[in-house]
Design a protein around this ligand. Structure first.
Ligand SMILES: NC(=O)C1=CN([C@@H]2O[C@H](COP(=O)(O)OP(=O)(O)OC[C@H]3O[C@@H](n4cnc5c(N)ncnc54)[C@H](O)[C@@H]3O)[C@@H](O)[C@H]2O)C=CC1
Ligand SMILES: O=C(O)C1=NCCCC1
Length: 312
């Protein structure tokens, strides 16, 4: 009989998953994914069930990585919460399976995985696309993703100035009070992004909050929110004037309102730059449109389980 699955809560997953371990695994898996070798890796576009009555969605994100021996699925719910809600907008659980026998080997919290792997992938995009001399980081939003992005961006890069904007100023102050380093709270998006070299958009917006006319030429935008085909964070001017990179072409074409509704062309996947098929156009204004991928959750969960196994 199969052993009972390992159960790991959010605190344990957070403790076991470090950016130093995660970033190289994500680079490797995304580079391989973009070669589209189905004998190596299978990851369908996520299935999404709308929960219309409650302004929410259930996403199912399976992935099979043959060479790594990883069979995984994440189940994630995400909601548009009313202002002031104390409920998290994104919640998730990740299951790892034994690829040969089919039983579940681990059930773990997916909130920490989602927060860290998304931010780590954005950091990989910044490493490739941000201006060579990047001094100013700007984060739009003050939720879970804003926090994980702050953590990894200030860990991996050295910015002279970090700015944050949130639609409720007191939330931006609360965000800053939880951090170690200095961060400037801005009163408007325009004030926050003017002159910024790297801009992270991590909001629950469904209409554009970031406008091209405010963005410094050559800046890099890591766009994390707006993961529905009719949602936007970025306006048409920005989308059409920048070189657009995505995590997966299929995911972007199915789910990104910023791409679908602006008619912007996707230049390349992040993995295609990592594996050398396409160039990083660092000197141009660049956007990395992130939607999230099952393979990112899969390698993250495997890493967590390896760490846990090494200590038990
Ligand atoms: N690309 C990816 O892989 C992932 C994307 N996401 C998306 O990232 C975004 C942020 O997620 P979390 O940080 O988990 O959410 P959160 O609820 O913790 O934070 C959302 C932030 O956006 C702000 N916000 C909400 N509605 C807004 C609006 N209309 N205009 C401006 N600001 C608004 C909130 O005040 C808050 O600061 C969401 O859109 C979520 O769906 C989340 C997980 C993974
Ligand atoms: O990849 C994920 O996980 C998510 N992507 C977009 C919406 C929330 C969860």
């Amino acid at each position: 009989m199969a052993e009972s699955p390992v159960l790991l809560n959010k605190h344990e997953v957070e403790r076991l998953l470090s950016y130093d371990d995660l970033i190289p695994r994500l680079e490797s898996v995304m580079g391989k994914f973009s070669k589209r070798d189905s004998s190596e890796m299978i990851q369908p576009v996520r299935s999404v069930v709308p929960i219309q009555q409650h302004s929410g969605f259930l996403g199912v994100m399976p992935a099979y990585l043959a060479a790594e021996g990883i069979l995984c699925t994440k189940m994630v719910t995400f909601y548009q919460r009313p202002e002031g809600s104390s409920l998290p907008s994104t919640q998730a659980t990740v299951l790892l399976f034994h690829p040969e026998h089919g039983h579940v080997t681990a059930i773990m919290d997916g909130e920490a995985i989602t927060a860290k792997r998304t931010a780590a992938v954005s950091a990989i995009s910044a490493k490739l696309f941000m201006p060579a001399l990047s001094e100013v980081l700007c984060i739009l939003g003050s939720g879970q993703q804003a926090r994980s992005h702050y953590d990894v961006f200030t860990k991996v890069f050295k910015f002279k100035e970090v700015r944050v904007w949130s639609r409720r100023r007191e939330m931006a102050h609360r965000f800053v009070n939880d951090l170690q380093g200095p961060v400037r709270v801005c009163s408007s998006v325009k004030e926050a992004v003017t002159g910024a070299d790297v801009i992270v958009t991590a909001t629950g917006a469904s209409e554009p909050v970031l406008f091209g006319e405010w963005v410094k030429p050559g800046a890099h935008v890591a766009a994390v929110g707006a993961c529905r085909p009719d949602w936007r964070e970025l306006d048409d001017v920005l989308m059409r004037g920048a070189v657009v990179y995505v995590d997966s072409r299929e995911g972007a074409t199915a789910e990104s309102g910023d791409i679908i509704l602006s008619g912007a062309q996707v230049f390349a996947e992040l993995g295609e730059v990592i594996n050398g098929s396409f160039p990083a156009q660092r000197e141009k204004t660049t956007i990395f449109k992130s939607l999230g991928m099952g393979i990112q959750d899969a390698v993250s969960a495997k890493l967590v389980l390896e760490k846990w196994n090494s200590k038990h």
